[in-house]
Design a protein around this ligand. Structure first.
Ligand SMILES: C[S@@+](CC[C@H](N)C(=O)[O-])C[C@H]1O[C@@H](n2cnc3c(N)ncnc32)[C@H](O)[C@@H]1O
Length: 267
């Protein structure tokens, strides 16, 4: 898709999201913010066009506007949201770009990291999925008004259900703040194709979570191929970006019944 086709005006954005005010839009979508985000991303080797930067800011403004009437995020402060939603989501882009095929953002919530990734990775198609229907409807509205509808669709479903209905369809599954890593591995394994990947972002990975993830990975045919620790800008802490590849066959029959991955996790 031609990235110059992305983006929208304030009037289009407000038609889609009536709770979005001009004041909030102007606070988020402006040259200073665009320059700042561009510099931050460049420091991670993520090169962006002006169009992509502006569309990232528009996506954030839409989400923050919608958040006034629908609980999508606890982060309401624009400075924080720039780092914790846009930059944090963008950190997934380099590993996602290494895999061909459609991307599933599992537990997308208000569209993160899926929406920023759709803006940053124009070669990929995206399915943004969450079990909460209202969130998914809002995210589809954002994608449509941003001109991303040709490459971005949504699904209100549970990961365990898609594991059967969309088995092996995805080159990459992304997930941020959805579940412990062993649970994510179980969700992702049936969804990714051979040598596809799960890309997971974590604020903190304890030794216990790491051990449980290693054991779960072996059981579901996934293998850790990359683990990178990156500092967020402005002292917002660090992120672990974990990449697991589907390297073998699961030893357990997947997906298990809805809820089992969480209530009786593999470890
Ligand atoms: C804390 S929110 C994170 C949202 C978003 N990924 C982000 O980083 O802002 C976790 C989301 O995962 C969704 N979720 C959790 N388990 C899920 C499952 N098994 N299938 C689909 N969605 C799930 C929840 O509905 C929720 O919206």
């Amino acid at each position: 898709m031609d990235v110059t086709m992305m983006g929208c005006t304030f009037d289009q954005a407000q038609t889609a999201v009536p709770s979005l005010t001009r004041e909030l839009w102007d606070d988020v979508v402006n040259e200073d913010r665009s320059h700042q985000v561009g510099q931050w991303l460049e420091a991670y080797g993520i090169v962006t066009s002006d169009e992509q930067l502006r569309t990232l800011l528009e996506a954030l403004a839409l989400m923050l506007g919608q958040n006034r009437v629908l609980n999508l995020t606890a982060i309401r402060d624009v400075d924080k949201a720039l780092v914790l939603h846009l930059v944090d989501s963008a950190l997934f882009a380099p590993p996602v770009g290494e895999y061909a095929g459609p991307v599933l953002d599992l537990g997308t919530g208000g569209g993160f990291p899926g929406l920023p990734l759709a803006i940053l990775c124009p070669e990929h198609e995206f399915l943004l999925m969450d079990s909460v229907k209202k969130k998914v409807a809002a995210v589809q509205k954002f994608a449509d008004v941003l001109g991303l509808a040709a490459r971005v669709s949504t699904s209100s479903d549970r990961a365990e259900v898609l594991g059967s209905t969309m088995r092996g369809r995805f080159g990459v599954v992304t997930a941020r703040a959805v579940a412990p890593t062993n649970v994510l591995l179980e969700y992702a394994s049936p969804l990714v194709k051979s040598f596809g990947a799960l890309v997971a972002g974590k604020a903190e990975l304890s030794h216990e979570e790491e051990d449980q993830a290693s054991s779960a990975a072996r059981q579901v045919g996934m293998e850790l191929v990359s683990r990178e620790t990156l500092d967020l800008p402005d002292g917002f802490g660090h992120r672990e970006i974990l990449v697991y590849e589907k390297a073998g066959k699961p030893r357990v029959s997947l997906p298990r019944a809805v809820g089992m991955a969480k209530s009786n996790p593999l470890h």
